[in-house]
Design a protein around this ligand. Structure first.
Ligand SMILES: [Fe+2]
Length: 330
């Protein structure tokens, strides 16, 4: 067999922390290590400076482990700590790390609910480290998918632990192994202690899950570090931004003190501060403009037939969703 050229990253300086050109711009590293990692003009992550403190070093390791493309390199010979992930975010709430490339690097979470049930929200890579952690926490009862983009290896965890796998009917094609399909747009509690709030828009099957006052809105809402505000960028809205902006107003009826975001920073505030942040963000969202995407994030044009099919499905969802809202307010 002919020799295969060594990957370019083997030629990089391994005396310090670096990020190779294979970065896919998922922003996971920036979210996890904002003190040392920045985002370049082309959207790729880079080390603004080397980590100095213990916390900065741990942030860098988290970025390395979470990176879905393995683009982050530690200094040669530096031993990896044993406790990089899962990362405790709040009591009984963890960020799992090991972000899956098939989910474009979305952050997955685990919560040990007061109900006694254990939930995974969105799917990491399937790795022994997380399997062992979940075993030690008493297993896994439900895997919740916020929408079609952030599925990752969720089905493998569900199968391994005999857990139920949930997704909304509008995005179900992304998780054919799902055992439980959420239907319609009513707010519901299909599992004790887990409120399901359909928020179609980012995708037509997007839902937010609320468990023990922790909110999991997928890619529909998160904290934007650069602006220091709750935020979701309409550039990354695939199906219907006006519907997403309206749907997010449903969250105003709920109390929560943590937002666990798929592709943005996750943040905790006392519930009153969180409510104020949400109110401010929602008013801002109403001022933003949006056009239905004609190209994939890769730059590739979406075929006209697919755009027509998307627009047809979105129109149906919009009609049904707003009819649900009208019934709620009647
Ligand atoms: Fe998404």
């Amino acid at each position: 067999m002919a020799n295969v050229a060594e990957p370019a990253e083997t030629a990089i300086d391994r005396s310090e922390w670096t990020i190779t050109s294979t970065c896919r711009r998922c922003r996971a590293a920036w979210n996890l290590a904002p003190s040392v990692i920045g985002t370049a003009a082309d959207g790729k992550a880079f080390f603004r400076r080397q980590p100095e403190t213990e916390e900065e070093l741990m942030e860098s390791w988290r970025a390395l482990v979470a990176c879905p493309t393995g683009s982050i390199k530690a200094p040669h010979g530096l031993p990896i700590p044993n406790d990089v992930f899962p990362q405790v975010l709040a009591e009984s709430l963890w960020r799992l790390g090991y972000n899956d490339n098939s989910s474009a690097g979305a952050h997955p979470f685990f919560i040990r609910a007061k109900s006694g049930l254990n939930f995974m929200v969105d799917g990491p890579r399937f790795v022994p480290k997380l399997v062992k952690f979940i075993e030690e926490e008493g297993g896994l009862h439900h895997v919740l998918l916020t929408h079609r983009d952030d599925v990752g290896s969720a089905a493998k965890y569900a199968e391994h632990f005999g857990a139920r796998l949930w997704i909304h009917e509008n995005d179900r094609a992304a998780a054919p192994e799902a055992t439980d399909i959420l239907t319609g747009y009513e707010i519901s509690e299909p599992v004790p202690g887990c409120t399901v709030i359909p928020i179609p828009g980012h995708t037509i099957g997007s839902v937010a899950f609320l468990i023990d006052e922790k909110l999991f809105p997928g890619d529909s809402l998160g904290w934007e570090l650069a602006q220091s505000q709750l935020w979701t960028n309409p550039i990354f809205c695939w199906d219907d931004w006006p519907m997403q902006a309206r749907a997010l107003r449903r969250l105003q009826a709920f109390r929560f003190d943590y937002v666990c975001s798929g592709h943005n920073y996750s943040i905790g505030f006392p519930a009153d501060r969180m409510k104020a942040e949400l109110d401010k963000a929602l008013d801002f969202f109403d001022t933003l403009t949006w056009s239905p995407p004609t190209h994939l994030p890769t730059g590739e044009a979406i075929p006209a037939a697919r755009i027509q099919e998307r627009d047809r499905r979105v129109a149906k969802v919009r009609a049904d969703f707003f009819a649900t809202l009208a019934r709620e307010s009647a």
